[in-house]
Design a protein around this ligand. Structure first.
Ligand code: FES
Length: 216
């Protein structure tokens, strides 16, 4: 009976209906495989180009401000570069008892307020970052002075490069308690690379205004 059924199967354009269904099934499998391969390639390719937010910014060493000087602004990368030395405190630094024993080196600070995401400026007259939206204030290293900010400003990963733009071993931002620490400028550094795709959230430390007893 089965042979009889096959024998009587209707032919369309020189192929049987069964052959036609096989071709459709094969084409569907091939299409699915192509889609999966495309997705895999898309996933593996870098999503951001160099110099584009989300990617690496490579800047000459001259981009780094002086020690404890006002920060340098990199609007395209949405970060500030600061050059810290807690051994040489001044009005920009307002040391706190909770500070690590030493804070020396360069850090890249995200330009977005940790409260509700406003872009905040450096206010030279007050030597600190001040958010225009709800009044949060931050020290030069990004530590919060006044709320409502819930935590210190976020930081990006950095590394120093030599004159040929090769990474200098040991010059990556060290992680302490899952937060990027400042990196001292190593010998032979000619460039700094800031990875805006690698951000760590700032910790929630005591407000600096608490230490000074002048919180509003
Ligand atoms: S967004 Fe900055 S204080 Fe609210």
């Amino acid at each position: 009976m089965a042979d009889a059924a096959i024998g009587t199967e209707e032919k369309t354009g020189g192929i049987t209906r069964r052959e036609f269904l096989y071709y459709i099934w094969g084409a569907s499998i091939a299409l699915l495989a192509a889609q999966s391969a495309g997705l895999l390639i898309w996933f593996l390719l870098p999503k951001f180009r160099e110099g584009e937010f989300g990617g690496n910014f490579i800047l000459p060493l001259e981009s780094i401000p002086g020690v404890n000087a006002p920060p340098n602004n990199f609007a395209d990368g949405r970060f500030w570069l600061v050059n810290l030395d807690s051994n040489d405190p001044n009005d920009l630094f307002q040391p706190a008892p909770e500070d690590p024993p030493e804070m020396v080196g360069v850090a890249a600070i995200y330009k977005v307020c940790t409260h509700l995401g406003c872009i905040y400026p450096w206010i030279p007259a007050n030597n600190r970052f001040e958010c225009p939206c709800h009044g949060s204030k931050y020290r030069l290293d990004g530590r919060r002075i006044e709320s409502p900010a819930p935590r210190t400003l976020d930081r990006f990963a950095m590394q120093f490069l030599d004159i040929d733009k090769n990474p200098i071993p040991g010059s990556e931002s060290p992680l302490v308690d899952d937060f990027y620490q400042p990196v001292p400028i190593p010998d032979g550094a000619a460039f700094i690379s800031v990875n805006t795709g690698a951000r760590k959230l700032g910790p929630s430390q005591t407000l600096l205004c608490d230490f000074a007893g002048n919180c509003p």
